[in-house]
Design a protein around this ligand. Structure first.
Ligand code: UGA
Length: 479
């Protein structure tokens, strides 16, 4: 068995007299460390860009040449506010080295951060093939001790399996650190520079200390980084760092996402009851969420959660529980409830319109949430497709996600150049993503008689003033 490296390398030993402060340690780490981030998705690109903003030389390796080329041009491979500025800074200062070559990027690195995708298998378990193929390439090209940091969301138990696999592939020392990521798409930069917490799990105290120091450094230098990214900071307290076992860190990540998904599905269950009883779910959740033990966040009812994380992580947790013979009915219920929301909205539209066939329906919003062009598991796309399948004539608009949506939208759905154009000749409008600009549309310029606010975004009285009927998810009409 290879032994755990106790330090980054001999040259990262404390200077004579020892390190005097956390700042000094961070400064030493910055100068000595070379990091390779594997995977240039949301997590990988944001992490690599933030490291380069600290002045750390960082390779960003991805097998997708198109992503590498975009990064070399100083741009993020996807839309994420503030990230282009950070990528451009890394490229202009020669800190960021995008490449598709493991041979180029691994031999120099003392820290490798894995942020590859873990898509969903048909049975709901995460597909770890990219994690293991990246591990093989890392092992083949490692020239010395590595701290391997897992940022991808993986099921509990994966870290131990990776440690064993690496020992088969390489005789070089390997220290595994699980450092799950909690950033949200659309706010990736600000979430990362002012995180609520840093979670670091591993067997080796020195490795965990080095990784914690680097992530703490990002948040203590948030003002400089926010300046480069041209993003605001809220001056939140420094993040709490949680030091734990690999297994606890793995489980912390999926538990956090599962709990947030549970809150949303809970709010949507109450919204369905509100719809049947003339209560207003937003009023209920404002009052309920004011209880500090509960909190108001993630209790917004609507068309349900989508994206690359919640649907997958909830199903992943259910599958982990099953593999360990543990019942996780609470999450199965949350997942089923979420899956029911797009058809619940389509059924309610049918109730309102009498029939869906031949009706012209405008969908505003195809991204799974505002601030991103990501359409993975997007409820807006599901609603558009269900309506198209029911015979409606669907026109759609999203400020960012048209290219991404094309592959998932059923044939015949028209993508319009503006929201105003999409609603112009419609019979009904559905708001399916909470883009703030949807509040500023001129709703008097439409033939539609009904607006279905599947995000509970709009002021109902404004819609009524414009001559439309307003329906939300679990909302009582306010005049
Ligand atoms: C989520 C978590 O919030 C992040 O902490 C985590 O790091 C990330 O997954 C991940 O695992 O990578 P994200 O998927 O980017 O982040 O987006 P969220 O803002 O959490 O929204 C997820 C979905 O829930 C969206 O479709 C959103 O519209 C929906 N949502 C959110 C609601 O329907 N109601 C709410 O009250 C909040």
């Amino acid at each position: 068995m290879p032994s755990q490296p106790s330090r980054l390398s001999a040259s990262s030993d404390p200077p004579a007299g020892g390190w005097t402060s956390a700042d000094e340690q961070a400064g030493v780490a910055r100068r000595l460390v070379v990091v390779t981030v594997v995977g240039s998705g949301y997590v990988g690109t944001t992490t690599a860009a933030l490291l380069t903003a600290l002045g750390i030389k960082t390779y960003a390796v991805d097998i997708d040449e198109a992503k590498v080329d975009k990064l070399k041009d100083g741009k993020a491979p996807f839309y994420e506010v503030g990230l282009d500025n950070l990528v451009a800074y890394g490229i202009d200062n020669n800190y960021l080295v995008p490449t598709s070559s493991y041979e180029e990027s691994i031999p120099h690195a003392s820290i490798v951060i894995s942020a590859v995708g873990t898509p969903e298998n048909a049975d709901g378990s995460p597909d770890l093939r990219y994690v293991y193929s990246a591990l093989e390439s890392i092992a083949q090209n490692a020239t010395g001790p590595l701290i391997y940091v897992q940022k991808s969301t993986v099921p509990v138990g994966t870290g131990r399996a990776i440690i064993a696999k690496y020992a088969e592939l390489s005789d070089k020392p390997f220290s595994y650190v699980s450092a799950p990521e909690f950033l949200r798409e659309g706010t990736a930069v600000v979430d990362s520079i002012e995180p609520d917490r840093i979670v670091v799990g591993g067997d080796d105290a020195d490795s965990k200390h080095i990784i914690t120091t680097i992530f703490r450094d990002i948040s203590s230098r948030r003002a400089e980084i926010a300046d480069i990214a041209d993003q605001p900071i809220q001056n939140l307290p420094e993040p709490i760092a949680f030091n734990m076992s690999i297994e606890s860190a793995e489980l912390t990540k999926v538990t956090a996402n599962a709990f947030l998904a549970l809150k949303i599905s809970f709010a949507n269950s109450i919204a369905k009851l509100a719809d049947s009883t003339n209560a207003d779910v937003a009023e209920v959740m404002d009052a309920v969420g004011s209880d500090k033990r509960i909190g108001r966040a993630f209790l917004n009812a609507g068309r349900g959660y989508g994206g690359g994380c919640f649907p997958k992580d909830v199903k992943g947790l259910i599958s982990s529980a099953k593999a360990n013979n543990v019942a996780m009915d609470i999450m199965t219920a949350a997942s089923n409830l979420n899956d029911s929301m797009p058809s619940y909205i389509v059924d309610r539209l049918k109730d309102e319109l009498g029939e869906l066939e031949t009706k012209k329906i405008a969908i505003l919003g195809l991204a799974f949430k505002a601030g991103t062009s990501d359409v993975r598991k997007s409820p807006g796309i599901k609603i558009a497709n269900l309506l198209q399948q029911a015979g409606s004539k669907v026109s759609a608009y999203d400020p960012q996600a048209h290219n991404e949506a094309l592959a998932d939208l059923d044939e015949g759905i028209a993508l319009l150049d503006s929201a105003q154009l999409a609603i112009k000749n419609a019979d009904a409008i559905v708001v399916a993503t909470e883009w703030p600009e949807f509040k500023d549309i001129d709703y008097s310029q439409t033939t539609a008689k009904l607006l279905f606010d599947a995000m509970n975004l709009l002021d109902s009285s404004m819609i009524v003033r414009n001559g439309l009927e307003y329906r939300g998810v679990g909302r009582r009409l306010k005049l």
